[in-house]
Write a protein that binds this ligand. Structure first.
Ligand code: FPP
Length: 226
């Protein structure tokens, strides 16, 4: 969900106003992807590197995320029996108050058809290290792709078909490193608070125009070789 800061700056507003506008954009985005039949969506809300930001911005973001979970996520899960939420990342560094609120939201529902993963204090490298250490602690002396996948924070969700980065930067920024091995990537210049219906329709059209080969050949190309 990149571009909140620049969205605010362009309007002469403090960066935190950009994050507030970003939070407002989330519900419509989830709704639209559900209309497209997307059952798992992962939002990158706070990375393991975001602690490097000024303390005032970190505090504002944490308060915003707390309020969002309390006032939007929890009521929505209570109202909508199709939806559940998972927080992926290392919860141990969060405040007790926020950690408890996240767990409260998670425990409201499990295994519903639509899963929203919120990456909070999440880093792809941190996740891989955590997965290896958890596997070792469980007595594994060797790991495989299958075993490690089960120890990832996202073990309840399939690997993403599509990763969208708003804000125009061509970087992964430690997001779903393990899971995105064969994902399609779309980088859009749209800033996250402006990422709405029109931008999503464009991304989906682009996604459906891609030919995914997963390292193999297109069936058509394979046929013409015969
Ligand atoms: C990146 O923009 C955005 C963030 C670090 C925060 C995103 C969080 C929210 C929108 C809150 C939503 C909460 C939930 C629980 C879904 P940036 O600050 O890096 O923008 P810039 O690249 O323009 O500086």
């Amino acid at each position: 969900m990149d571009g909140n800061g620049r969205w605010a700056k362009r309007r002469g507003l403090p960066r935190t106003e950009g994050h507030k506008a970003g939070a407002k954009a989330v519900a419509e985005v989830i709704k639209m992807f559900r209309e497209y039949g997307v059952h798992h969506i992962t939002l990158y809300a706070f990375s393991t590197e975001n602690w490097k930001r000024p303390p005032e911005e970190v505090d504002a973001l944490m308060s915003l995320i707390y309020r969002y979970v309390d006032k939007v996520v929890i009521p929505e899960i209570k109202k909508n029996d199709q939806l559940c939420v998972r927080f992926i990342g290392d919860k141990s560094r969060l405040s007790d108050k926020l950690r408890k609120k996240c767990i409260e939201a998670e425990e409201l529902a499990v295994g519903r058809p639509f899963v929203c993963n919120v990456a909070l204090n999440y880093g792809g490298r941190d996740e891989i290290v955590h997965a290896v250490n958890s596997a070792l602690a469980d007595g594994h002396t060797e790991v495989s792709e299958e075993i490690l996948s089960k120890y990832m924070y996202t073990s309840h969700s399939p690997d993403p078909d599509l990763v969208i980065r708003t804000g125009g930067d061509f970087r992964i920024s430690n997001f779903l490193l393990w899971q995105s091995a064969y994902s399609e990537f779309i980088i859009t210049d749209t800033m996250w608070p402006d990422f709405g219906r029109a931008a999503i329709e464009k991304c989906m059209a682009e996604f459906y125009s891609r030919r995914r080969r997963f390292g193999g050949l297109d069936p058509e190309d394979a046929e013409s070789e015969e």
